[in-house]
Design a binder for this molecule. Structure first.
Ligand code: P6P
Length: 316
């Protein structure tokens, strides 16, 4: 009998409460994966003709993935609101304003890869509300540091459909088995290797990096001799780093002087998973999980990976 996503219920003190929400993420992943596979035949590739709060061109599939994810969170009955990269404001679930949890999500991360059939992902984290259940959920409920995250993870739409998640007791990877339509445990207790792996960064920006990251990366390259891999979708670059070791980074630069990646639904969930897998997650000289968020769409520099590699990068 294979171990499925239901095993989350027996993981740590939060597992049982997180299982219905993570199962909802799994349902959304299956639906989104199906849409991605047939998008070209439905004329669904390409831009939606709209911009998100970040001023970035939305892909049609960004909008569709956001809708699918929100509906699956609504159907769990355990989520009172969703903060999404694709939505300027917090989306309150009116039927369940009394529910205990909020979900932060990047519904389709790396969507610029879609028209070249590259890997993309969904990134999520789950927090418990701070407002009273009798109150209406408020954006302040989302502005919690990564130390307060209850569960987080990502979906990788690659050659296989994978869901990698943690409820605070380590990291498990589940792969979708189309023969029984279940996510089955395929990568139990993922631990990031301290040796080997790659450095992963958009090195074309190195001449405009801030915080001396150009010199820092040269030190890492000289000391470790790591090869380089870069997909341009955080989920794919993070997943390879988690399994093979090394480092993924997106430094601040003079185009994005507070960084490009979003704190609440990219840096914190990936930092949570990385730390749960025995790695390190930094933003400049502070741990990602220690940053107190100010706004829903705040951006930060991000350095994630094997502890020894992060320490060499930051000369710490
Ligand atoms: P660049 C995708 O747009 C994304 O938000 C992350 O998934 C990815 O790591 C990063 O931006 C890629 O940015 O500037 O290298 O294309």
């Amino acid at each position: 009998m294979s171990v499925t996503l239901n095993s989350v219920a027996k993981q740590g003190k939060h597992g049982a409460a997180m299982m219905p929400i993570i199962q909802g993420v799994g349902r959304a992943a299956i639906e989104i994966a199906a849409v991605l596979r047939s998008a070209v035949f439905r004329g669904a590739l390409g831009q939606a003709g709209s911009e998100n709060i970040q001023g970035e061109q939305q892909q049609m599939l960004d909008v569709l993935a956001d809708e699918i994810f929100f509906e699956e969170m609504r159907s769990t009955g355990f989520v009172c609101a969703v903060g999404s990269e694709e939505q300027e404001e917090l989306l309150v679930i009116d039927e369940y304003t009394q529910a205990d949890y909020l979900v932060l999500v990047d519904p389709l991360d790396g969507s610029s890869n879609l028209d070249v059939d590259g890997p993309v992902g969904t990134i999520f984290s789950i927090v418990r509300r701070k407002t009273a259940n009798s109150d209406r959920p408020h954006v302040s409920d989302t502005l919690q540091s990564g130390q307060e995250v209850i569960a987080a993870g990502y979906v990788l739409y690659g050659p296989a459909l994978m869901l990698v998640c943690s409820v605070g007791t380590g990291v498990n990877g589940y792969t979708f088995n189309s023969s029984n339509a279940r996510f089955e445990l395929s990568h139990p207790d993922i631990r990031i290797p301290e040796t080997g792996g790659y450095y992963s960064v958009n090195e074309s920006n190195s001449d405009i990096w801030l915080d001396n990251m150009g010199d820092n990366l040269e030190r890492l390259k000289n000391k470790t001799g790591l090869g380089m891999r870069y997909v341009g979708a955080m989920v794919a670059d993070m997943h390879r780093t988690l399994l093979k070791g090394g480092i993924f980074l997106y430094p601040a630069d003079n185009k994005n002087n507070t960084g490009k990646l979003r704190l609440l639904y990219e840096a914190i969930p990936m930092g949570f998973v990385m730390e749960q897998a025995g790695g390190k997650a930094m933003s400049k000289n502070i741990a990602v999980l220690d940053i107190k968020p100010d706004t829903l769409h705040q951006r930060v520099p991000v350095y994630l990976g094997s502890k020894t590699k992060i320490d060499i990068l930051l000369d710490s």
